[in-house]
Design a binder for this molecule. Structure first.
Ligand SMILES: O=C(O)CCC(=O)C(=O)O
Ligand SMILES: [Fe+2]
Length: 332
């Protein structure tokens, strides 16, 4: 049985998830995930509902808004613009359109979107366009809960590490289906090589939560040998991927997922045989990550200024974490 969230008590007093009583938010996982019914997404949403939606995304990390049959590509792009400033479709893949990124198949590996640039998108808005008869779910993991569950010695290690992320990562390591296994797509994907050094633990600029920042674009850690990097990445990434730390969504027509790309990783599950599957993505500009020591990410190669502006984060007043596994605090 699922429970519709009762109003929660916050510093600001009792507060339902949405001021609009027609909108219902139902939690679908302890550490992350909520479904939202009764909301009609459009560029014309009133400001209160947009702010309630932003709070829901930051709190639950991924929300699935059901019943959005009226939304097409233009509608998706226009609505997404209410939550932030859209980036270009991708830093390198622009042959499919400048605004939306259509993706065929499934990434089939754990990642955070576009972490190879300095200005990592803050949110992604994903619409299922063609779903296979079976399979093709998407999974998300809380990188906040993963960090908070680390025993202290590993937390201390993670706090001090910086990782190199690149779009020229090892595709062969990942069981991709569709785009990422297509040589032409890969060629376009790496036509400009980006390399960025990010703190492994970033302090979320709007909630203060600390989150592991890893995923399949990581090629290694600054100052470590390749073999040491591989071992430590395996160890920390395994913490993110633990099933109790994830949520899985089987798409229905009209579903739109919105996730906080600063506190999650995700995985498109390629379990649909040779069937066709397509999802369309809009990403929203983010800021430059900051580690627990206050150090920002630094660019090693590539200029992402044509791809995205640098977002000005807006702290969320009276933020209440979705689960008991959250460590927050400003950058030191
Ligand atoms: O295929 C999926 O479900 C996820 C696609 C993905 O990785 C993305 O939209 O960023
Ligand atoms: Fe992705």
């Amino acid at each position: 049985m699922t429970a519709i969230l009762e109003p929660t008590t916050t510093l600001g007093g009792p507060r339902a998830a949405f001021a609009d009583p027609r909108v219902r938010l139902t939690k679908i996982g302890h550490h992350l995930g909520a479904r939202i019914d009764g909301l009609h997404l459009s560029a014309g949403l009133d400001d209160t509902t947009v702010e309630d939606l932003r709070r829901a995304v930051l709190t639950h990390k991924v929300v699935i808004v059901t019943g959005q049959h009226h939304i097409d590509d233009d509608g998706q792009y226009a609505f997404a613009g209410r939550l932030g400033t859209p980036t270009k479709a991708h830093p390198t893949v622009l042959s499919r359109g400048e605004d939306l990124l259509p993706l065929e198949g499934a990434a089939n590996s754990w990642h955070t979107d576009v972490t190879f640039v300095d200005r990592v998108p803050k949110m992604s808005v994903l619409r299922a366009v063609v779903q296979p008869e079976y399979g093709g779910a998407t999974m998300w993991a809380s990188t906040v809960a993963a960090y908070a569950a680390l025993p202290l010695p590993l937390r201390v290690l993670a706090d001090s590490l910086r990782a190199i992320h690149t779009n020229d990562y090892d595709y062969a390591e990942h069981l991709t289906v569709g785009d990422s296994s297509d040589p032409a797509y890969r060629e376009e994907f790496v036509r400009t090589v980006f390399r960025t050094e990010h703190p492994v633990v970033r302090v979320h600029p709007e909630t203060g939560e600390r989150a592991l920042t890893l995923g399949h674009f990581v090629s290694g850690f600054a100052g470590l040998k390749t073999s040491e990097s591989a071992d430590i990445l395996r160890l920390l990434q395994a913490r993110v991927e633990r099933p109790d730390n994830t949520v899985r969504w089987n798409w229905s027509p009209g579903d739109i997922a919105i996730w906080d790309n600063r506190s999650t990783q995700h995985y498109g599950v390629a379990d649909f045989g040779g069937a066709y599957r397509r999802v369309n993505r809009v990403t929203l500009a983010g800021d430059i990550p900051v580690g627990v020591d206050g150090r920002r990410s630094t660019v090693l190669a590539g200029d992402a200024s044509h791809y995205s502006v640098i977002d000005e984060p807006q702290a969320l007043p009276d933020f209440v974490p979705a689960s008991d596994r959250s460590i927050s605090g400003p950058a030191a």
